[in-house]
Each structure stands twice: as C-alpha cells, then as structure tokens.
Design a protein around this ligand. Sequence first.
Ligand code: FES
Length: 107
Amino acid sequence: MPKIEFEGHTIEVPRGANLRRALQKAGLSPYNKAARRFNCHGIGSCGTCALDVAGPVSPPTRIEKWRLGFPPHQRDSGLRLACQCRVEGDLYLEKHSGFWGQHLPYE
Ligand code: FES
C-alpha cells in the first residue's frame, strides 16, 4: 500500500484511493482554515484542496486543469487538487499558505 507523508504524519492508503478522501479518512485535511468548511466537497470547482504533490498520482482531470488555470492559482504552479487525484504510489505532500493554498514558498 502506498504511504503518504503529510504534516508530520505518515499514513498508508490503498492504491487508487482518492487523495482528498484518504486524507480526511485519516483525520487530515487538504484545506487551510475556513476552507475546511467552505469548499466544493470534492467536485473540483473551488480549488481550495490544492496541494504540492511529490510522487505518482493520476493525470490532471479536465476540471482540475480548468480550476488551476485561473486566479488565485497560476497555471504553471505545479499544484494538484487533492479531490481530483488518485494515489498511485508513495507521496510527500505540502500545503502552502493562503485560503486556496496558493502561495508558493519560492515566489
Ligand atoms: S474540494 Fe473543491 S476543488 Fe477540491
């Protein structure tokens, strides 16, 4: 089973698991602050579940490309929407600051 490292935690999830649901099932959150309550619940339209993902996940979905293509996200940020990703191997995740997690540390 793939391992996910996130915010000091390591969890194991089944290959193919939806990343957002896997994090939430483990008591972790892909959201910052108020976005924990105010989000689209995984349909890919709000952009608040954006994470920096290192490791193999499914290719970006059409709605994911659309949502990451306009502000406050930047098309070339490299972020992924947790609600649109399937886990395909061991992952290291980072959540950046900002309501959407859009503030990249190297900007
Ligand atoms: S939960 Fe809204 S885009 Fe992922």
